[in-house]
Ligand binder design. Structure first.
Ligand SMILES: [Zn+2]
Ligand SMILES: [Zn+2]
Length: 365
C-alpha cells in the first residue's frame, strides 16, 4: 500500500516550489523506505527548480538527509528497520568498469530505487539526485543508506549527505591535503567552509578563505581559516601569494566554479601545486582560457571533485566520528531549522548569502 505524505516539488521550470501530497510505494527488492528526520536545503535543489539539471519535471526535491529506516524490501541486508541512516546520492554498483578497477567513487551506474514516488494523479516524480527527501517518507535503494551513530542530532548528520561531504572530500580526498600544506579556498559557502574544515583536520598549516561577502569570511574563520581575503578589496591571486611568501598555495580549492575563479585558483598555486574544482558551473557553455605555457610550466594538477570523491560507506562514519570528538563543527553549518513550508524562503536566503544551511526538520511521528 503506498503511503501518502507531504513533499516539496518543483512542478515547472522557475516556478516557486509547492508542498503537495506525495505517494510513496512500499519498498521492493533492494529498496528501503526512510522516515526522514532532517534534510538540508542545498543549492542544487534550487538548480533543479530553475531547470539547470534537466527537464524531467516535476521534481521531488531534497537530497541531503538523515532519518530512520521504516521498512526494507526483499534482499536488503545492510540495514534494518529502526536504524539511523544518512542518505547518499552515490551508491556504487560494484559491477561497472570503475567499480571493478577499485575506484567506486567514479561508479557509472550508481544505484537508485526502481519504483517512483508520484503525485495524486499518478504523475511520476523525478527524485532530486535519486533521493527526494523533502518528504516525510522517502524511497531509496538500500545501498544509498549508511548506518551511523544514532546519538547524533539529525540536522547535523543530514549535512554529511551532500554539502559537507563534497567540501571536506574536495580538500582531503581529491586535494590530498597533507601535514604542513598551505591551502586556499575560493568561495566560503557551505561547501567551501567544509573544505576549510577538512584542510584544518588534515593538518594544513595555513588555510586562506576568499570571498566577496564579509559574512562568509566570518564563517570561514569559524571553521578554521587562519587568514581571509575580501576579494572586493584585494586581488585574490596577489593576496594568496603575499600570504604564502610570494609562492602561492600548495592547494587551491575553487568552490565557486566560474571561469574567473578557476583562473584565479590556477594562478594562485605554488610551483607544482594542486587545483581542485568543486563548484558546479552555474551556466552551460561557460569556457575557461589558460596560457598553455603556464599549464605546462607550472606543473602540478587540476582536478574536479564530484561529491568530494567520497565513498559514503567509508567516509560518512568518519565524519560522524570527527563530529562526536568535537573536531568537525557540523552544528556550525546549521544556520536555521525550518519546516517543509519554508523551502522556497530558504532558497532566497541562499541567494542572499544569509545562511550556510537551512535544514528542514520533520516533526516526530
Ligand atoms: Zn546538494
Ligand atoms: Zn559501479
Amino acid at each position: 500500500m503506498p503511503h501518502e505524505v507531504r513533499g516539496v516539488i518543483a512542478r515547472t521550470r522557475g516556478a516557486p516550489v509547492e508542498v503537495v501530497t506525495v505517494h510513496v510505494p512500499d519498498p521492493g527488492p533492494d529498496e528501503a523506505l526512510i522516515r526522514v528526520q532532517a534534510c538540508g536545503v542545498c543549492h542544487t535543489d534550487l538548480h533543479y527548480r530553475e531547470g539547470g539539471i534537466g527537464d524531467d519535471f516535476p521534481f521531488l526535491l531534497g537530497h541531503e538527509a538523515a532519518g530512520i529506516v521504516e521498512a526494507i524490501g526483499p534482499g536488503v541486508t545492510n540495514i534494518a528497520p529502526g536504524d539511523f541512516v544518512v542518505i547518499a546520492w552515490r551508491a556504487p554498483c560494484g559491477a561497472c568498469r570503475s567499480c571493478l578497477r577499485g575506484r567506486p567513487w567514479y561508479c557509472f551506474n550508481s544505484q537508485n530505487a526502481r519504483q517512483r514516488m508520484a503525485l495524486d494523479d499518478g504523475t511520476p516524480l523525478t527524485a532530486a539526485l535519486g533521493i527526494g527527501a523533502f518528504a516525510e517518507l522517502c524511497l531509496v535503494h538500500a545501498r544509498q543508506t549508511v548506518k551511523v551513530d544514532p546519538s547524533v542530532r539529525p540536522a547535523a548528520a543530514a549535512l554529511i549527505g551532500c554539502g559537507v561531504m563534497a567540501g571536506y572530500g574536495a580538500a582531503v580526498n581529491t586535494g590530498g591535503v597533507a601535514q604542513g600544506d598551505t591551502v586556499a579556498v575560493i568561495g566560503c559557502g557551505g561547501v567551501g567552509n567544509a573544505a576549510i574544515a577538512g584542510a584544518v583536520i588534515a593538518g594544513a598549516r595555513m588555510v586562506i578563505g576568499v570571498d566577496v561577502v564579509e559574512q562568509k569570511l566570518e564563517w570561514a574563520r569559524r571553521f578554521g581559516a587562519t587568514h581571509t581575503v575580501d576579494a572586493t578589496k584585494q586581488d585574490t591571486v596577489d593576496a594568496i601569494r603575499e600570504l604564502t611568501d610570494g609562492f602561492g598555495a600548495d592547494l587551491v580549492v575553487d568552490a565557486v566554479g566560474r571561469p574567473e575563479t578557476y583562473v584565479q585558483a590556477f594562478l594562485a598555486r605554488d610551483h607544482a601545486g594542486r587545483l581542485v574544482n568543486v563548484g558546479v558551473p552555474p551556466e552551460q557553455g561557460m569556457t575557461v582560457a589558460l596560457p598553455m605555457s603556464e599549464v605546462f610550466g607550472r606543473g602540478g594538477s587540476m582536478r574536479s571533485s564530484w561529491y568530494g570523491d567520497c565513498l559514503p560507506t567509508r567516509d560518512f562514519p568518519v565524519l560522524i566520528d570527527l563530529y562526536g570528538k568535537g573536531r568537525l563543527d557540523l552544528d556550525g553549518f546549521v544556520s536555521e531549522t525550518i519546516t517543509l513550508d519554508d523551502v522556497e524562503a530558504a532558497f532566497r536566503k541562499i541567494v542572499n548569502s544569509e545562511v550556510l544551511r537551512s535544514v528542514v526538520i520533520f516533526a516526530p511521528r
